[in-house]
Design a binder for this molecule. Structure first.
Ligand code: PLP
Length: 236
């Protein structure tokens, strides 16, 4: 059977390569996170064949159901990209290889404690609200240094790999690129201030990942362009 995802996958890989070339970057430096929320395990298995670098899931419960139903085939890593409530942190640690949406000192502290109990080091990204939109999660840019400092000095069971953001709703080039550029500059500022290397910038979705790559994204989170439109409701 022809895998229906293949043309979409090839088109995304081409778009990533073109944007990377335009930015003078190597396509291999950009990881593809397949955002699988609202898609079925079957669809995810067909995507895993290509391969993609990770699955991105937004909800702990959905990820749990899917992991329990996952067949005996290879799976890339699973990353949590949606808002995490403290009371689901323990479950999240069982299900995910990384949490990309850490946005408060309280959540970081909580994850660190649980990861410590499990004698595990959890890779994390800090989510920043670069657009200032009230509907968005993420730490305000001005509060980022305190959060970075806390994670670096107090959370020995967390490994801070970088930053994550979601572009503005408008999807216009100017504001979108400015939001992505601001995440890159925030990373540089933290690297300098705390003498650390923060390799990852998770930014860019189906509608804006080329702009994100031009602004330095190392991890694009692509759902619709890879899986097709999301079904609403509990379809997984
Ligand atoms: C849903 C989602 C995506 C993917 O969105 P598409 O537009 O379908 O590519 C990426 N990142 C986050 C945080 C999401 O919630």
């Amino acid at each position: 059977m022809v895998n229906a995802v293949e043309p979409r996958f090839l088109s995304i890989r081409n778009r990533i390569a073109d944007a990377a070339a335009q930015a003078g970057r190597k396509p291999d430096d950009i990881r593809l996170v397949a955002v699988s929320k609202n898609h079925t395990v079957e669809e995810m298995v067909s995507v895993a064949e290509f391969p993609v670098d990770a699955f991105g899931e937004n909800r702990v419960q959905e990820a749990q159901t899917k992991r329990e139903a996952w067949p005996g085939v290879a799976s890339p890593e699973w990353r949590l990209i949606g808002h995490l409530q403290k009371n689901k942190a323990r479950k999240a640690l069982e299900l995910f290889d990384a949490v990309d949406s850490v946005d408060s000192i309280a959540l970081a502290y909580h994850l660190d404690r649980i990861a410590g109990e499990k004698e595990r080091v959890l890779p994390i990204l800090l989510e920043v609200n670069t657009s200032g939109e009230a509907s968005k999660n993420g730490v305000a840019p001005g509060d980022l240094p305190a959060l970075v400092e806390m994670v670096l000095t107090r959370c020995s069971s967390l490994r801070l790999d970088g930053l994550m953001t979601i572009g503005p709703l408008s999807m216009e080039e100017g504001p979108t690129r400015r939001a992505f550029e601001s995440l890159r500059k925030l990373r540089e500022a933290q690297e300098e201030r705390f003498s650390v290397s923060l390799k990852e910038l998770s930014m860019g979705m189906s509608g804006d990942f080329e702009w994100a790559i031009l602004e330095g994204s190392t991890m694009v989170r692509v759902g619709t362009a890879l899986f097709g439109p999301r079904k609403t409701g509990r379809s997984w």
